[in-house]
Design a protein around this ligand. Structure first.
Ligand code: SAH
Length: 228
């Protein structure tokens, strides 16, 4: 397991987020020890996975108060991170923390997943971050596996990976999403124990082929009518 004592910025991150949390609710965890375990250590679970380690560009979809994106950006200075959320006030906190920690490898982006993954119009140059552009997309505590796959897989380039933070309780939901994952161009699903917390797992999905242009469907639909 990654040693969070090895870099004082993990403690500084806790100071910054917990201080902001007095004003704006960005995390339900207020106890410092619990914060280090459940927000910082848990976020670092993908370290050591070849699918994560080989990525040069990574996106955290629904980063909220910056998890798992900020701890991963501290641990991986050589990767470029895009931290995305649809709620601007949470991103203010994330941007402030990234700046105070000197994380020049972090960009925060206010967008819904469905908008970010929209296909470029005719003649438009593909963007980073945008559709089919990322080596790796990670996401924790955002949506069920089917909805989350429709948010994340369109953003991953062919050959890249989508890594979902889940718990063992979600096994049924993960199995139920296998057809949706296939429709979205993903496959070769693999599950790894996360190690930092009992029952926490990482679901690793490979992007095998481009996502058909009809996905993601329009705003709200991936959540209200998950693909089956
Ligand atoms: N990943 C963080 C926050 C989880 S809360 C953590 O583990 O602590 C879920 C977050 O996902 C919220 O901040 C919410 O605004 C964001 N979210 C939900 N649906 C989204 C969408 N379609 N596009 C972008 N962000 C979304």
């Amino acid at each position: 397991m990654f040693d969070i004592g090895s870099d004082e910025r993990f403690e500084r991150l806790a100071d910054l987020i917990l201080e902001w949390n007095e004003k704006i609710n960005v995390t339900a965890i207020r106890d410092r020890g619990e914060f280090m375990q459940k927000n910082v250590q848990d976020s670092l679970a993908p370290l050591g996975l070849p699918e994560f380690d080989c990525a040069k560009t990574a996106l955290d979809l629904g980063t909220g108060g910056g998890f798992p994106g900020l701890p991963l950006a501290i641990a991986c200075p050589d990767k470029d991170f895009f931290l995305v959320d649809s709620i601007a006030k949470k991103l203010k906190v994330v941007a402030d923390a990234a700046e105070k920690l000197g994380l020049s490898n972090v960009q925060v982006l206010h967008s819904r997943a469905e908008d970010l993954a929209m296909a470029p119009k005719k003649g438009e140059v593909p963007k980073l971050p945008g559709r089919e552009s990322l080596d790796c997309v990670v996401s924790r505590a955002v949506a069920n596996m089917s909805t989350l796959s429709e948010y994340c897989l369109p953003l991953v380039r062919t050959g890249g990976h989508f890594i979902a933070f889940k718990t063992e309780n979600a096994m049924e939901e993960i199995e139920a999403a296998s057809h949706a994952i296939e429709l979205l161009g993903g496959g070769e699903l693999r599950i790894e124990k996360a190690g930092s917390e009992d029952g926490h797992i990482l679901v690793i999905v490979k992007k095998l082929r481009q996502t058909p242009l009809k996905y993601p469907r329009r705003k709200g639909l991936p959540a209200s009518e998950p693909l089956k």
